[in-house]
Design a binder for this molecule. Structure first.
Ligand SMILES: NC(=O)c1ccc[n+]([C@@H]2O[C@H](COP(=O)([O-])OP(=O)(O)OC[C@H]3O[C@@H](n4cnc5c(N)ncnc54)[C@H](O)[C@@H]3O)[C@@H](O)[C@H]2O)c1
Ligand SMILES: N[C@@H](CCC(=O)N[C@@H](CSCO)C(=O)NCC(=O)O)C(=O)O
Ligand SMILES: [Zn+2]
Ligand SMILES: [Zn+2]
Length: 379
């Protein structure tokens, strides 16, 4: 039956309140308006950021909402004026939009885009500032402009990357967030050079992708730091050459790293979201040139601090969103790199569940053995 122009009723996981188990509801998904795309989501993975917003610690977290931002699917229909994708196209929704027209996009200095951010930050679509989701007439907020824990979602056309139809969607869904973020933090934000020393705080998917990026960039030493010592075995496969568990040291972790590396590393990456570790990551960098990149997302109200002397003496503090990748342009390129076996993706998938098992998937996030859990959205 043709669904174009019709409201679609489908299953979605609704977060009615922070920390309360998600509920699989029959959700009404309105047709896409001008400049919008409705996507049948086939696979969606969980990222730590979904758990962060669900916890209630995200200042932009609005409830009830449909979370999810690491996914892949097929375009079901498009609204007026949409030219770059059409029904049947295989796509990855992109929480970081790319309009190619705004001052951010044109600056050549950032991957951030200003076209729809004002709407995606408050859970609505830019056209009419309303949601396309409802349950029995009650509006449900969008999340990050993607809301992929729904069998169908509506996104802005500037937030859709069209990909090779041959790519396996159950795998490349990961290229919607965590893996590109880690790779790009190294390649685009830090621009790690061959021979560099690197420290990575947190060896989840993002930290391991940083390791993979650092290895391909030719780093000579890649030091992984995690409070879970079991992470080392896995991390070696992604390029980590040394492992430090802060719990096994009396000294502050930054001193341990400085001692190990003759004065500090060239680059460090915080991939946890802990403001104290962000400071440690900066302070374990080498005087004069060490650069630290903040990747982890910290809770509402949290602030970073250090002695300004750390910066006066040449250390550089940076941050990255989606690894600095221009989403619509570079996600298809990342898919090709995966297809040519130039980057890992399969190796980050440790669990596969169905949409109805989503609460189990959120529980798994706190299990040290879980990297990414991919949900089959239609099983
Ligand atoms: N900037 C971005 O664009 C972006 C994109 C994706 C994810 N993120 C953020 O990156 C962070 C990591 O995401 P993830 O999915 O890899 O998370 P994850 O939970 O899988 O990984 C975190 C790792 O940190 C370790 N850890 C926790 N506390 C620690 C401590 N005190 N000391 C050392 N290690 C510790 C854990 O054992 C785990 O291995 C999250 O904050 C997420 O929100 C940011
Ligand atoms: N609403 C959050 C913002 C969290 C945040 O920084 N998000 C990252 C992506 S995390 C993906 O897993 C990001 O891209 N930020 C840039 C942006 O949101 O435009 C908060 O306010 O803490
Ligand atoms: Zn994410
Ligand atoms: Zn833009």
């Amino acid at each position: 039956m043709a669904t174009q122009g019709q409201v679609i009723t489908c299953k979605a996981a609704v977060a009615w309140e922070p920390k309360k188990p998600l509920v699989i509801e029959d959700v009404q998904v309105a047709p896409p308006q001008a400049g919008e795309v409705r996507i049948k989501i086939l696979y969606s993975a969980l990222c730590h950021t979904d758990g962060y917003t669900w916890s209630g610690k995200d200042p932009e977290g609005l409830f009830p909402c449909i979370l999810g931002h690491e996914a892949a699917g097929i375009v079901e229909s498009v609204g007026e004026g949409v030219t770059e994708v059409q029904p049947g196209d295989h796509v990855i929704p992109c929480y970081q939009a790319e309009c190619r027209e705004c001052k951010f996009c044109k600056s050549g200095k950032t991957n951030l885009c200003g076209k729809v951010r004002i709407a995606t930050g408050v859970g609505v679509m830019i056209n009419d500032r309303k949601s396309r989701f409802s349950v029995n007439g009650k509006p449900i907020y969008h999340f990050m402009g993607t809301s992929t824990f729904s069998q169908y979602t509506v996104v802005h056309d500037v937030s859709v990357a069209k990909i090779d139809p041959v790519a396996p969607l159950e795998k490349v869904c990961l290229l919607g967030c965590g893996v590109p973020t880690g790779l790009g933090a190294v390649w685009n934000t830090a621009k790690v050079e061959p021979g560099s020393t690197v420290a990575i705080f947190g060896l989840g998917t993002v930290g391991l992708a940083v390791a993979e990026g650092a290895k391909t960039a030719g780093a000579s030493r890649i030091i992984g730091i995690d409070i879970n010592s079991k992470k080392y075995d896995v991390a070696k496969n992604f390029g980590v050459t040394e492992f430090v568990n802060p719990k096994e040291h009396e000294k502050p972790i930054q001193e341990v790293i400085v001692d190990l590396t003759d004065g500090g590393v060239d680059y460090s990456f915080e991939c946890i979201g802990n403001v104290h570790l962000m400071r440690d990551a900066l302070e374990c960098c080498h005087k004069g040139w060490g650069t630290s990149v903040i990747v982890g997302v910290a809770a509402s109200g949290e602030e970073i601090s250090t002695r300004p002397f750390q910066l006066v003496t040449g250390r550089v503090w940076k941050g990255t969103a989606f690894g600095g990748f221009k989403s619509r342009t570079q996600v298809p390129w990342l898919v090709q790199k995966y297809m040519h076996k130039e980057i890992k993706v399969d190796e980050y998938i440790t669990h596969k569940l169905t949409l109805s098992e989503i609460n189990k998937a959120f529980d798994l996030m706190h299990d040290g053995g879980c990297l990414r859990c991919v949900l089959d959205m239609h099983k």
